[in-house]
Design a protein around this ligand. Structure first.
Ligand SMILES: *Cc1c(COP(=O)(O)O)cnc(C)c1O
Length: 219
């Protein structure tokens, strides 16, 4: 697959081991047949934005791949999220973390989480502010049934991929700041179809790529 080759090349160019970077194929609005084709081509992690939509696909495709949740999660969906997903990229508040922790305990299924960091006003409505991320991470570390894995961000859309770089640098610097405070930050989830190579140059360990794999979305 072309995207996989591009990931590998971007990794080598920046002196990184390509194995450090995992591709999350973002399959929102994409049908089951097309997802199966992508799995045939080597995709092993699918990213979904909506719980109900993901439920249908997971029922049809099963758990031979990992399913990651990358959309905005409402507390009332936490129960399903814990049942369905291996990783949540978009944790953005402590009340949501507590709810996920409670549900994960009930289900007997610990869940991996990343904090979504909002690095600009216009980027998205969601995510925790940069100044609050460190405190949130510390509090998540105290929750027994959540495993804190790292940080995620989504910059505003730019036609010029290079414009995303300052956001990815800031996420990397936030990771360094957390690690100085003895908070282990294993993963950086950053980079989408138009700028994943830039994100890899700045340290991404997960890239979330939709349209570059599946083509333009219908809705
Ligand atoms: C849709 C989506 C992506 C993928 O976007 P593309 O531009 O299609 O690669 C990545 N991350 C999140 C959070 C998304 O919602």
């Amino acid at each position: 697959m072309r995207v996989m080759e591009r990931i590998e090349r971007a990794a080598r160019r920046s002196g990184r081991d390509p194995k450090e970077i995992r591709l999350v194929a973002v399959s929102k609005t994409v049908g089951v047949d097309q997802i199966k084709e992508a799995i045939e081509a080597g995709v092993s992690i699918l990213g979904e934005n909506y719980v109900q939509e993901a439920q249908k696909k997971i029922d049809a495709i099963g758990r031979k791949v990992d399913w990651h949740f990358i959309g905005h999660l409402q507390s009332n969906k936490a129960k399903y999220a814990v049942r369905l997903f291996d990783m949540i990229h978009s944790l953005d508040s402590f009340p949501l973390a507590e709810e996920l922790n409670r549900r994960a305990e009930k289900e007997g299924r610990p869940i991996k989480v990343m904090i979504e960091v909002k690095l600009s006003e216009e980027a998205t409505k969601f995510g925790t502010e940069e100044e609050k991320a460190l405190d949130l991470a510390k509090r998540i570390l105290g929750l027994e049934h959540l495993s804190f894995e790292g940080l995620m961000t989504m910059p505003p859309y730019f036609d010029l991929p290079e414009m995303s770089r300052p956001y990815y640098i800031r996420l990397r610097e936030l990771r360094e700041k957390m690690e100085r405070e003895s908070i282990p930050v294993k993963e950086l989830s950053m980079g989408m179809s138009n700028d994943f190579e830039i994100a890899i140059e700045e340290g991404a360990t997960y890239v979330r790529v939709g349209t570059a794999i599946f083509g333009p979305r219908s809705k």
